[in-house]
Design a protein around this ligand. Structure first.
Ligand SMILES: CC(C)(COP(=O)(O)OP(=O)(O)OC[C@H]1O[C@@H](n2cnc3c(N)ncnc32)[C@H](O)[C@@H]1OP(=O)(O)O)[C@@H](O)C(=O)NCCC(=O)NCCS
Length: 157
């Protein structure tokens, strides 16, 4: 039976969404370690999001067991009054490559459209190849790049 996409429920779902953060952050920021301080802060942000009209979360539900989620928000950019921004996305390993991330993205995009956004945006790490493949497949294109250089090398290349 296919998984259901339903609205996030703070009391029922937050613990498992917090557990997903280990893989999400460690995949996107190699070397970063999710700890209690990080999770406490994330939990506060989740709580705030549930009370804001400009933020919405959905979970992937397998008969009561949460196996993925997406967090979407409406933001203002320097050039757009209303942009749909994907803050976080996760599908548990055993449910990957079955189109669920695509469905979660489509759910968020539909909500963005209803709220008047003409554009959806997100940030991704270059090292996260599976996420980049997904976003490209779903029509997202690179619009800005963050460039980094190690400056510990005194040769100064
Ligand atoms: C990235 C992630 C959300 C993808 O979830 P998913 O449910 O497996 O993605 P989908 O099945 O909807 O994939 C849709 C398309 O994206 C591309 N894609 C997804 N995962 C891929 C992978 N590992 N390798 C290559 N392409 C991939 C494919 O084109 C795929 O279509 P196909 O299976 O018909 O070829 C999931 O791997 C995940 O949760 N990763 C850890 C957390 C994370 O990195 N989140 C993103 C934060 S920026």
């Amino acid at each position: 039976m296919p998984l259901e996409i339903r609205r996030f429920n703070w009391h029922r779902d937050r613990q498992v969404v917090l557990e997903f953060q280990y893989e999400i952050y460690e995949a996107n920021f190699p070397g970063f370690q999710v700890d209690k301080v990080f999770l406490d802060d994330y939990e506060r942000q989740l709580r705030t999001a549930t009370r804001q009209a400009a933020e919405r979360l959905w979970v992937l539900d397998n008969r009561g067991a949460v196996c993925g989620f997406i967090w979407a928000a409406l933001i203002t950019s320097m050039v757009d009054r209303c942009v749909g921004y994907i803050k976080n996305l996760y599908v548990a390993p055993e449910w990957r490559r079955q189109g669920y991330a695509k469905k979660l993205l489509a759910t968020a995009e539909q909500w963005f459209r209803r709220k008047g956004a003409q554009k959806a945006a997100l940030d991704a790490s270059v090292c996260n190849e599976q996420a980049l493949a997904l976003y490209e497949r779903c029509g997202y294109q690179v619009s800005r790049l963050r460039l980094e250089k190690s400056i510990t090398d005194t040769a100064g290349r």
